[in-house]
Write a protein that binds this ligand. Structure first.
Ligand SMILES: [Zn+2]
Length: 379
């Protein structure tokens, strides 16, 4: 909802009141407050990047970079966190990081978990919910990064291990060695979902293809990541179950950009460009169908785990609008929908008594989403 000519009083990091500018309440003596002239600016709720990877920089070698030395991965995360925060992101949902020995905390587990803990008390970083390390079938995650499980028993055990090590959610990498089939049946996925739900956590599934998404949806996962090839039946089932779609349309958009700005990679070949164009077209179609069917859509960048960079959530909002969503819906996907996905009541919302997690942009993102790039100030 758009409201014009409003004043917001912030005290100690929380919103005390929101009033029409011509009917402000007493905000105390002038000497004790700082007046921010925000005429022409729009206050936007702190955004939620619902799918990203703190420890990789994205770019052309985005997968290889997860194998950087742990200290380098942490430096990358610091840079990503700063960029994301400055772009208006208040929350990040890390969708997978490598298991290494944390050079700061000393624990051997998914590296984003320690970064999450250390950022929790820092105003210059977003808050984080993190998935631990990807859980994959043999050959499903080519890079060797994931925790590889051979059967359904190992799948459940791997999920418990991630939760034991402090993961907020469990990430299943539903991808086969070849072809677009799911490596696990819906029944096998249901077993791991029940185990994780039993511990009060959530399960999400990387599922790019229709068959992998179908197995994950019927298995009861809480969200489908990417979902580039959903059909009407799959979306109807997601809507019925309340399964989220986490969109990452800027991944294929960024592949296309790499194809024109770099050389010597798959993305600059004709086959690479065709692949990226096909994924983008299918992904836009999926978002359109999901929207029509009433699926809850949250927006992600996939920075680090795809070639996009930290701080590019505005681009995903623009991409959702190109795919047919209204600007208010697309902005909702990048704010309160992401907050609901995280289960954080105040995330992505501006409300009296809530945290002052908002930022000011030059322009009106409800009529022109590109205004989100024009960050004038963080609250
Ligand atoms: Zn990802």
């Amino acid at each position: 909802m758009r409201r014009t000519a409003q004043s917001i009083l912030v005290e100690h990091g929380r919103i005390t009141w929101i009033r029409p500018t011509d009917a402000e309440e007493d905000s105390g003596p002038a000497s004790s407050r700082q007046l921010i002239d925000s005429r022409g600016l729009t206050a936007v709720p702190g955004m939620v990047d619902a799918h990203c990877h703190l420890t990789s920089p994205g770019g052309k070698r985005y997968i290889e970079r997860f194998s950087d030395p742990p200290r380098q991965l942490i430096e990358t995360a610091e840079s990503n966190g700063s960029l994301a925060r400055q772009s208006g992101a208040a929350w990040l949902r890390d969708a997978g990081s490598p298991t290494v020995t944390d050079p700061v905390g000393g624990q051997r587990r998914a590296l984003a978990l320690g970064i999450r803990d250390r950022w929790a008390s820092r105003d210059d970083r977003p808050r984080v919910k993190a998935a631990g390390t990807w859980i994959a079938a043999p050959g499903g995650l080519e890079s060797g990064l994931g925790l590889v499980v051979r059967d359904a028993d190992e799948l459940v055990a791997a999920a418990h291990l991630q939760l034991d090590q402090g993961a907020d959610l469990v990430k299943l990498y539903v991808e086969s060695r070849r072809g677009h089939d799911s490596p696990w049946t819906a029944a096998e996925i249901r077993r791991v979902v029940e185990a994780v739900h039993g511990r009060g956590a959530k399960v999400t599934a990387h599922a790019m293809w229709l068959k992998t998404a179908r197995a994950a949806i019927l298995g009861g996962v809480d969200a489908i990541e990417h979902g580039f090839h959903l059909d009407s039946d799959a979306c109807a089932e997601m809507a019925r179950r309340g399964t989220y779609l986490v969109s990452t349309l800027i991944v294929p958009r960024n592949w296309l950009r790499l194809g024109t700005t770099t050389s010597g990679s798959f993305w600059s070949t004709r086959a690479g460009k065709r692949y990226a164009r096909n994924i983008l077209a299918a992904g836009e179609e999926s978002v359109a169908i999901a929207g029509q069917r009433g699926v809850r859509i949250a927006a992600g960048t996939d920075f680090g785990g795809g070639s996009p960079r930290a701080g590019q959530l505005a681009w995903e909002v623009e991409s959702l609008v190109i795919a047919g969503m209204q600007p208010w819906q697309a902005l909702g996907a990048a704010t309160w929908r992401g907050g609901d996905l995280l289960g954080i009541a105040n995330a992505g919302r501006i409300s009296e008594g809530g945290p002052a997690d908002f930022f000011l942009v030059d322009g009106d993102p409800l009529s022109d989403p590109s205004a989100l790039w024009n960050v004038a100030r963080l609250a």
